[in-house]
Design a protein around this ligand. Structure first.
Ligand code: ZN
Length: 468
């Protein structure tokens, strides 16, 4: 069996790992590279393999950096099945349609503001291409719900464990027969935190895992407990109540937005913050939030204690408005604070949040609250790094609003979570660290080497292949 690392290698976006087993090509994830516009377009419009050579895809979860180039794959001739959990299939549909719409709108905006010497740009895929992806989805339940493996051919079968990262996220466990030898491989996808809101903690694989492909987004750091973040979140809200400003909270429409609403609901129930207007300005977030109740069987004990047993939804509360039209969205510009606007994208790379940032960034009364990982070269990272001025839609803005970061809401395991997970992997013989920036993986590798001196640890580069 050969593993080819074709994305999220020394990088946190564009997840793509190609497994070759005796002529069968299985792709784990087909994610979008996210970074500067030109580089992203170049990396995402071509694939590092022939789409027609891929026999099947297993998708770990519905984040764009894991599923975002599936439409390119299908457009270029892939005709196999895309296996994923039922929740992932439902969510990915909205995520991909949204990505197509954002590209369309960005191109329209960019092309109508062309400077001399600039060329028109075009979307790399459309809603029609996404429709063809949806037809390829083959929903597979978590193994715990069915006790059934899924067979790809006479040599390969797999099952899905709960990764606890976002709704529907999975750890992919493969059992591969090569002659008389049985080989096992697990891919963590993105691993959730222990005890994050709503979702269960990552499930351990019950079998031996000879080879593990593990994410290590936060390999060099530990998040503070979620209770500290909740307390800081409360303080940020109370601060903006005093200044009568706005909190602009860029958040992934999927996962982070629902966790934030859940946390706000609890803070309000416990009377730790006064009631204030909260706007979720992302039609995508509303669509995804509507999917959550279908999968409450997969929610954690705290959900049942806080809301579920009372038959209450954590996602609807007084003063919470899901804005729909762009007119409603624009109307938020003229509203007086204090108020909270939760909007996408989470790394400030597109979507409605850019309009809110334009409107709020030069006013010191406002707070921009970053609650997720901000990849290199994104506007979110620039804000986090204190860079000013910043460009939004080609125009320069001085950053006068306060910038706050609460990494604890991250959907990613921290160093302790990763170490705990790895310590529960049975019979591990080799580990590959992916979905990481070099500073994180180097630090994490050093810790693993101390704990497991005889374990081979690789940090693959883009394009590297390994025989295992
Ligand atoms: Zn993810």
């Amino acid at each position: 069996m050969k593993i080819n690392f074709l994305g999220a290698a020394q990088n946190v976006t564009g997840s793509k790992h190609l497994i070759n087993v005796q002529g069968y090509n299985l792709l784990l994830d087909c994610g979008m590279y996210q970074g500067k516009r030109e580089e992203s377009n170049r990396q995402n419009s071509t694939l590092p393999f022939l789409a027609t050579d891929i026999n099947a895809v297993i998708l770990s979860h519905a984040h764009l950096d894991h599923c975002g180039t599936l439409p390119i794959l299908v457009k270029q001739g892939f005709a196999g099945k895309i296996y994923c959990t039922p929740a992932t299939a439902e969510i990915a549909r909205y995520i991909l349609l949204d990505a197509a719409e954002i590209q369309k709108q960005d191109c329209l905006y960019f092309n109508s503001h062309l400077q001399e010497g600039e060329n028109e740009i075009f979307p790399i895929y459309t809603a029609d291409d996404v429709q063809k992806v949806i037809e390829c989805f083959e929903p597979i339940e978590y193994f715990r719900n069915t006790n059934q493996w899924t067979t790809l051919n006479e040599n390969i079968r797999f099952k899905l464990y709960d990764a606890g990262h976002i709704l529907g996220s999975s750890i992919i466990f493969l059992e591969i027969t090569e002659g008389a030898t049985i080989k096992t491989l697990a891919f963590t996808g993105d691993l959730g935190r222990e005890r994050s809101p709503i979702l269960c903690s990552p499930e351990y694989v019950t079998e031996n895992v000879q080879t593990l492909i593990a994410e290590c987004t936060y390999g060099d750091r530990n998040h503070r407990p979620l209770s500290d973040a909740t307390s800081d979140f409360k303080n940020v809200i109370n601060a903006v109540i005093k200044t009568k400003g706005k909190i602009i909270l860029p958040a992934f429409s999927l996962g982070r937005t629902q966790e934030i609403i859940y946390t706000l609901h609890k803070l309000l129930d416990e009377k730790l913050i006064p009631s204030l207007p909260i706007y979720v300005d992302s039609p995508l977030a509303e669509n995804i939030t509507e999917i959550f109740p279908k999968f409450i069987k997969d929610f954690d004990k705290d959900f049942w204690k806080d809301f579920g047993n009372r038959g209450e939804s954590p996602f609807s509360l007084k003063n919470l408005t899901y804005t729909k039209s762009s007119e409603e969205s624009k109307a938020l510009n003229n509203m007086k604070g204090p108020l909270i606007i939760i909007s996408a994208s989470g790394m400030c790379e597109g979507g409605r949040v850019l309009h809110h940032l334009k409107n709020a960034i030069e006013n010191p009364q406002n707070i921009i609250l970053l609650v997720g990982y901000q990849a290199e070269n994104t506007l979110g990272r620039k804000l986090q790094d204190g860079i000013s001025p910043v460009k939004i839609y080609g125009k320069s803005y001085n950053v006068k609003a306060q910038i706050k970061t609460l990494n604890e809401f991250s959907a990613h395991a921290d160093q302790n979570d990763l170490l705990l997970y790895i310590s529960n992997v049975k019979n591990l013989q080799k580990i590959f660290l992916v979905h990481t920036e070099p500073s994180q993986s180097t630090a994490f590798k050093a810790i693993l080497e101390k704990t497991y001196p005889s374990l081979p640890i690789e940090i693959p580069n883009m394009g590297d292949s390994f025989e295992v």
